[in-house]
Design a binder for this molecule. Structure first.
Ligand SMILES: Nc1ncnc2c1ncn2[C@@H]1O[C@H](COP(=O)(O)OP(=O)(O)OP(=O)(O)O)[C@@H](O)[C@H]1O
Ligand SMILES: [Mg+2]
Length: 257
């Protein structure tokens, strides 16, 4: 087993007297795909925001293995250091594409500005890399100057993926990246995520309420309920032989649907 890329310990967040995230701990190794599943309001998005350090926990820590091999508590990074890390090493694909993209900027600009954030200034190289990534996510080259307002839902999610992967991140967070898409579009997007994550050796944390998505993409699953992780383990084990009554219910409800 390789050393963890991410180490989450005791993350806890309250809203008033509601526990949105309760003492969540786990490790993620490089290249691993972890699915977080659970019903609406169980705390999945809150957990992602805490991991991405967009939200401050009441208690608990998130540590990340830097390129030099040291495990760094993200709570101790400066704001600039934190932003630089998010811009270069991490990606975050949002459920709502309008939150993850700049809707008034061209598709090429959406991808290119991430490269500029890394210090790339050569227009030709930026455009060539943007074109390459649009191709990889199956967006036609002649759409490079169109803003995402002219794209379908599936194209917007593919553009988010291109924008997030162009910088060569090691960890990508995804919040329901395929929800709201029709079944055939969803299947192609899932296939794309699976191929790219395997090809690039990406670690992925994917939030989904869809167990079929978790089954297809993930190595491991964490089941959340009311802010707590009630069951975690290898995906096939959890879905084929769930231990917790709530997970059994989730699996049974999918089988009955
Ligand atoms: N900004 C906030 N202020 C107050 N309560 C919040 C806030 N954000 C989330 N909550 C509450 O925290 C709990 C967890 O919410 P969260 O959005 O993390 O759930 P989720 O599992 O992502 O749900 P969904 O599947 O619907 O996206 C919910 O009870 C929610 O009402
Ligand atoms: Mg959510």
């Amino acid at each position: 087993m390789s050393e963890p890329l991410l180490q989450v310990r005791g993350l806890t967040k309250r809203y008033g007297d509601r526990l949105a995230c309760a003492d969540v701990s786990f490790d993620l190794v490089p290249g691993e795909v972890l699915a977080i599943v659970g019903e609406s309001g169980s705390g999945k998005s809150t957990l992602l925001s805490l991991i991405a350090t967009e939200l401050a926990p009441d208690s608990g820590t998130v540590a990340y293995r830097m390129r030099d091999g040291t495990l760094r508590d993200l709570g101790t990074l400066s704001e600039a250091g934190r932003r630089a890390l998010m811009r270069t090493e991490w990606g975050f694909v949002r459920q709502d594409a309008a939150q993850g993209l700049r809707m008034a900027v061209s598709a090429g600009g959406n991808v290119g500005e991430r490269l500029m954030g890394l210090g790339e200034r050569h227009y030709g190289r930026i455009r060539a890399q943007a074109l390459d990534w649009l191709g990889r996510v199956e967006i036609a080259a002649d759409r490079i100057d169109d803003p995402p307002t002219r794209f379908s839902g599936g194209m917007r999610q593919r553009l988010q993926i291109a924008r997030n992967l162009v910088t060569g991140p090691r960890l990508v967070l995804m919040d329901e990246p395929t929800s709201g898409l029709d079944v055939s579009v969803q299947a192609r997007l899932l296939d794309l995520i699976r191929r790219l994550s395997a090809e690039l050796g990406l670690a992925v944390i994917i939030v989904t309420h869809d167990l079929a998505v978790a089954r297809l993409l993930s190595h491991r699953i964490m089941v959340m309920r009311a802010g707590r992780v009630i069951e975690a383990g290898l995906t096939d084990r959890v879905l084929d032989d769930p231990e917790h009554a709530y997970t059994q219910l989730l699996v049974a409800s999918v089988l009955a649907a």
